[in-house]
Ligand binder design. Sequence first.
Ligand code: NAP
Length: 309
Amino acid sequence: MSQTDYDLIVIGAGPAGLTAALYAGRARLSVLVLEKAAPGGQILVSDWIENYPGFVEGISGADLMTNVLEQARRFGMETRSAEVASLDLGDTVKRVHLSDGALSAKSVIIATGASPRKLGVPGENTFWGQGVSTCATCDAPFYRDSLVAAVGGGDTAVQESLFLTRFAKKVYLIHRRDQLRAARILQERAFENERLEIIWDSVLTEIKGGASGVTGVAVKNVKTGDLTDLTVHGCFVWVGTVPNTGFVPAVIDLDAAGFITVNSRMETSVPGVYAAGDVRNTPLRQVATAVGDGAIAASEAIHYIENLK
Ligand code: NAP
C-alpha cells in the first residue's frame, strides 16, 4: 500500500475535528489536525454554553475547547496552523495542498465549520471591524452604556444580544419576521430583558457612519414600508452561516445551500473522505451534534483505513 505522511488528516479544529482526532488517536492512527485560525473553532467566541451535557452550570466556549484540545493531544494528535488551498483525492492517497507544500493521508475528515453570513447592505463592508461585528464576546466591552443594533432572530442573535445587554445601555434586535427562530428559553430571556428591544418585521437597509465609526442604522418595516433611522454606535450581524468549503473540489457533492452532503456515516461522495459538524448538511448545528459527527466520521475513517491494508 502507498506510504502517506499521516493515516488521517482532519481539516478544522472545532468540536467536530478535535473529537474525530481524539477517536482516531485512541485507535492509534497517526493524526494531523490543520487549522487556519486558533484551535477551537467558532465556539471559542461563545461566552457561555449551557446545552452541552455534563456541565451543570454551563461552561465557556474557550474552556470547553481548551479541555478537548488537551484531551486529543493526550492520544497523540498533532496540530499545525495552516490554511488548506485544495485537495487532490486519489483512490488510496489523499493530498492536502497548503501554501507551502502538500501533505498526504489515507483518509481526510473535513470539519471546517461555517462562517457568519453577511447582510450585504451599504456600510457593512465599510465599517466591518470598525463598529460592525459578529463577535459579542470580542467587542461587547467597547459598547459599555452605548446604543447598539443587532440583526437576526436565531439562537446566535438572541443569545449574543442578551450578552450585549450586560454592557450596552440598549440593544435593538432587528428581526425580519414577527416570531423569533431561537430556542424558547432564549426567547423568554429576551422578552424579560429591559435593555433588549425587538424591532419586529423589519430589515436593516444601511449602516451609517463617519470617521469615528458607526453612528446609526436605517431600518425598514417590511409590512408597512416605513423607514426609521436609529442612532447606534455598533451593529452586530447574526443572520446565519455559510459553509467553509472554498477549497473543496467539485468531486465532493454539496447541497443547494453549499453544505457538504454526507450520509449517516458522514461519508462524502468520495470514498475515504468524511465531513463532520457545521460544514455538512445537518438539521442542527450545536456542539453536541458536531461532537457526535466527529466520533462517527473518525470511526468510519478507522474502518476505511483498516480495509486498505
Ligand atoms: P439561523 O438559525 O440560521 O438563524 C438565522 C437568523 O437570521 C434567522 O432568524 C433568519 O430569519 C435571519 N436571517 C437570515 N438571513 C437574513 C437576512 N438576509 N436578513 C435578515 N435576517 C436574516 O442561524 P444562527 O442563529 O447563527 O444559528 C446557526 C446554528 O447554530 C443553528 O443550528 C443554531 O441552533 C446553532 N446555535 C445554537 C446555539 C445554542 O444552542 N445556544 C447558539 C448559537 C447557535 P428567519 O427566522 O426569518 O429565517
